[in-house]
Design a protein around this ligand. Structure first.
Ligand code: FMN
Length: 362
């Protein structure tokens, strides 16, 4: 049998694809989307369709479908995150760059200078390093920081442990390599798990959100909110937006799918700040459902990686274009002429369609 050692492609594929532990959350995410039904509307005026343009923290984007931060793009393409950035620019959408990108944040900005970009943040234990990264991000034109709040420790990703996940020689983490080792080598198990325990600031808590606010004037988005209590807390701690996400089901297994907790998180922020969403978005109808339930933008993780692996920049662009064209079609068939028309009335929860509910109504 192939071991990951003999077949690095398997190790990289598993790293991109897998979820935590038994992958219960990963495997139920499609069902969660499919249990939400769309309400088709008759005779909407397709000629009057205006498009998918919208805003993200006040910045214009051509589509509400954006690129989520995913680490290590050079595992499948030598141009890494620069290719992904150009794809985002080609479709005029937003890229959120991972702290663990292989290309540095400056290289990515240079690759697509005019594109809207934000930086995802994991923190160092050194305030000086964190401050320096914020300053570099601001100088390179990043418009916000997405602080990941669901990764105090890495999820139990059994495939990575079994494969002893390691980064190939010569592939570094471009943004942080100047401060610290970015050597990821699995000896006993996942090299990334070992790396996170050793180098990441895992004692970063709510009070540190207040601290980083003093270090930067960039808007702060909290990525990885999964319940209304934390959504409300994010507002209390001065976040500019929340991002409902379970990290692609890679952290705590048996949590609900992100789409199942979106509405309660929206309630938690009570209209005070914007809400973004990711987790299992694979179709335009998924985008429509997330927007209808209160998200103002959605992000895709794995689909961009599959596009990148197959055809580089063009592959990512194709993924974004296909999803956006599916979104347009679904908008027209639910009588939404523009993004602001995508309201809660567009979806019907499956409970509504169950015989019990229907009987009760009669
Ligand atoms: C291979 C991979 C790497 C990821 N790396 C990061 C990361 O560096 N930082 C982060 O905040 N989230 C990371 N995520 C989570 C994504 O940002 C996003 O939340 C998730 O992939 C969305 O789910 P989807 O893959 O089903 O679209 C990663 C996800 C994957 C699949």
């Amino acid at each position: 049998m192939w071991g990951a050692k003999d077949n690095p492609k398997k190790m990289f594929h598993d790293y991109y694809q897998s979820g935590a532990e038994g992958e219960h959350t990963l495997n139920t995410t499609r069902d969660a989307f499919n249990s939400i039904k769309l309400k088709a509307r008759a005779l909407g005026d397709a000629d009057a369709f205006k498009g998918t343009e919208t805003t993200f923290l006040g910045h214009k984007i051509a589509s509400p479908i954006c690129l989520a931060p995913t680490a290590f793009h050079m595992l499948v393409n030598p141009e890494g995150e620069c290719a992904t950035a150009r794809a985002a620019a080609g479709t005029k959408t937003l890229q959120c760059l991972s702290t663990w990108s292989n290309c540095s944040l400056e290289e990515v900005a240079e690759a697509a200078p005019d594109n809207l970009r934000i930086l995802q943040c994991y923190f160092s234990r050194s305030d000086e390093v964190n401050k320096d990264i914020f300053e570099r991000a601001e100088k390179a034109g990043y418009k916000a920081l997405a602080v990941t709040v669901d990764t105090q420790i890495l999820g139990n990703r059994e495939a990575d442990a079994e494969n002893k996940f390691s980064l190939p020689k010569g592939i570094k983490m471009g943004t942080i390599a100047k401060y610290t080792s970015t050597h990821v080598t699995g000896v006993e198990g996942s090299g990334l798990d070992e790396y996170v325990r050793k180098y990441k600031h895992n004692g970063f808590t709510w009070k540190d959100i207040l601290k980083i606010r003093q270090f930067t004037s960039l808007p702060i988005i909290l990525k990885g909110i999964q319940c209304k209590e934390d959504a409300a807390k994010a507002v209390e701690y001065g976040a500019d937006a929340i991002w409902v996400s379970n990290h692609g089901a890679r952290q705590l297994d048996t949590t609900p799918a992100s789409i199942e907790v979106l509405e309660e998180c929206v309630q938690g922020v009570d209209g005070k700040i914007e809400v973004y969403f990711d987790g299992g978005v694979r179709r335009g109808t998924d985008v429509l459902k997330a927007l209808a339930l209160g998200a103002s933008a959605v992000f895709i993780g794995r689909p961009q990686l599959w596009g990148l692996a197959i055809d580089g920049q063009k592959g990512v662009e194709d993924v974004l274009k296909i999803l956006n064209s599916e979104l347009q079609r679904s908008m027209i068939l639910t009588d939404c002429q523009e993004v602001k028309d995508i309201t809660k009335e567009r979806v019907i929860h499956s409970a509504y369609c169950s015989p019990k509910y229907l009987t009760a109504k009669i």
